[in-house]
Write a protein that binds this ligand. Structure first.
Ligand code: NAP
Length: 419
């Protein structure tokens, strides 16, 4: 592949993947694409790079970073928001990390992030949500939360199939719904916007499969399918039913359903078996708070996943902390949950932990679990020592307020101490 403006580092090697299983084959000096991103991306991007380099070196490896551009930095270089160079390089090099992007109004994109996920078919958004010692939280026992949320990334009402009120298109759709499909007294008269909610067997099963695979590999107790199937029978209930189908048809005695758990095992699951359960989304939102420790891995359609993972993130310390990654078959794009917070851009002020811990997910995906654990331990130790950025500093007694870059240096130092 030849690129217009991407410089491929000469000193690293490519990550490859098995054509059938998508399993990654990772050299000890991989080339990893990085997009620093817009706004505070220019602060948190370099901070995360420093920490991930230190963790790789401490475990006998190295990362050859390859800078890519999207958003504002791409407009300066390519005069467009999402150049082919960027998409193709992530496709070719397989595992990448990005900071937040601001989608400019009138750019032709609903969201640059959604466009990137769609173009690369990154169908699972993964957000591990666990509490780090020392991080202030609005709940009394934040340590009870240790959850991994798998959110479907390509369909649901986020698929972008919608029509604006007052257009010819929306009137055509209304006419079809009323006259051909028989819903003649359902939509109110007057202007209306209409959106379509596709939930497919294919999209559901590959997402749920990913969640169950993760639960088995990570020794988790359960996978919960979160849906609104009590109201939306043919979309959300279908998600639930296809989810159970993939579990029972493909995983044999590695899984049992919650019904089987009670009928056959009296509520006591055999060791090493993953229990598949389901919860209605509104109930799940309150159980996040009231029965936190009963949930492990959640699998959800796009919209439920969006709401629920932010709510869960708030319980363990909020946006400065919350990491994420988008997974496809043989492809990974790690990114923090937070946005570009333009008012803090370039101030060397914000918390880079979310970007650093997104890098931790990336390291896990490379199979570098020792380096990933080192990153987590070093971040936790740094925060526990009260050395934190402004967002956490304003919520704790005492402590030392550090700039973004100083905090990253403190984490690097802790990595050196721990290794
Ligand atoms: P935001 O950028 O996430 O910022 C909202 C607030 O969250 C900030 O003002 C700050 O709160 C806090 N915050 C966010 N990141 C933080 C960090 N690293 N450290 C400490 N505090 C942090 O949300 P937004 O203002 O709604 O969105 C701004 C732009 O980002 C929009 O253009 C949006 O589209 C884009 N966005 C991009 C992504 C992505 O690239 N994946 C995701 C979400 C939003 P305080 O001011 O209270 O300290």
């Amino acid at each position: 592949m030849s690129y217009e403006q991407v410089e491929v580092p000469a000193d690293g090697e490519r990550i490859t993947a098995d054509a059938e299983t998508g399993e990654l084959d990772v050299p000890s000096n991989p080339i990893i694409p990085i997009i620093h991103g817009d706004g505070i991306g220019t602060d948190v991007g370099p901070a995360a790079q420093k920490v991930l380099d230190a963790a790789a070196e401490a475990t006998g490896r190295s990362i050859s970073w390859m800078r890519l551009y999207a958003g504002e930095s791409a407009r300066e270089r390519y005069d467009e928001n999402l150049p082919d160079d960027t998409v193709e390089a992530i496709r070719e090099f397989r595992v990448a990390i990005k900071g937040p992007l601001t989608t400019p109004v009138g750019s032709g994109f609903r969201s640059l992030n959604v466009a990137l996920r769609k173009k690369l078919d990154l169908y699972a958004n993964v957000r591990p949500t666990y509490h780090l010692d020392g991080v202030p939280s609005p709940v009394t026992s934040p340590e009870k939360m240790d959850m991994v949320n798998f959110r479907e990334n390509t369909e649901d009402v986020y698929a972008g199939i919608e029509w604006e009120a007052g257009t010819d298109e929306v009137e055509k759709v209304r006419e079809f719904i009323e006259e051909e499909m028989g819903f003649d007294e359902t939509i109110h008269d007057g202007p209306v916007g209409i959106g379509i909610k596709p939930i497919s067997e294919f999209g559901t099963k590959r997402l749920v499969r990913r969640a169950i695979d993760y639960a088995i590999e990570d020794g988790r107790d359960s996978v919960t399918l979160v849906h609104k199937g009590n109201i939306m029978k043919f979309t959300e209930a279908a998600f639930r039913d296809w989810g159970y189908e993939v579990a029972t048809e493909e995983y044999g005695d590695e899984v049992i359903t919650e019904d089987e758990l009670w009928e056959e095992y009296d509520g006591d699951a055999p060791d090493g078996v993953v229990v598949i359960k389901d919860r209605i989304a509104d109930n799940m939102l309150q159980q996040l708070l009231t029965r936190t420790e009963q949930y492990d891995v959640l699998a959800m359609p796009n919209l439920n996943g969006d709401y629920l993972s932010d709510a869960a993130g708030a319980q363990i310390g909020g946006l400065g902390i919350a990491p994420g990654a988008n997974l496809g078959d043989g492809r990974v794009l790690a990114e923090p949950v937070h946005g570009s917070a333009p008012k803090y851009a370039g101030e060397d002020k914000v918390n880079p932990t979310a970007m650093i811990l997104s890098g931790r997910i990336m390291l896990e995906q490379l199979g570098w679990d020792d380096a990933a654990d080192l990153v987590r331990d070093a971040v936790e130790e740094t925060i526990s020592a009260g050395t934190v950025t402004y967002d956490l500093h304003r919520q704790i007694e005492g402590g030392t307020k550090l700039a973004t870059s100083e905090y990253a240096d403190a984490v690097v130092e802790t990595i050196h101490d721990l290794s």
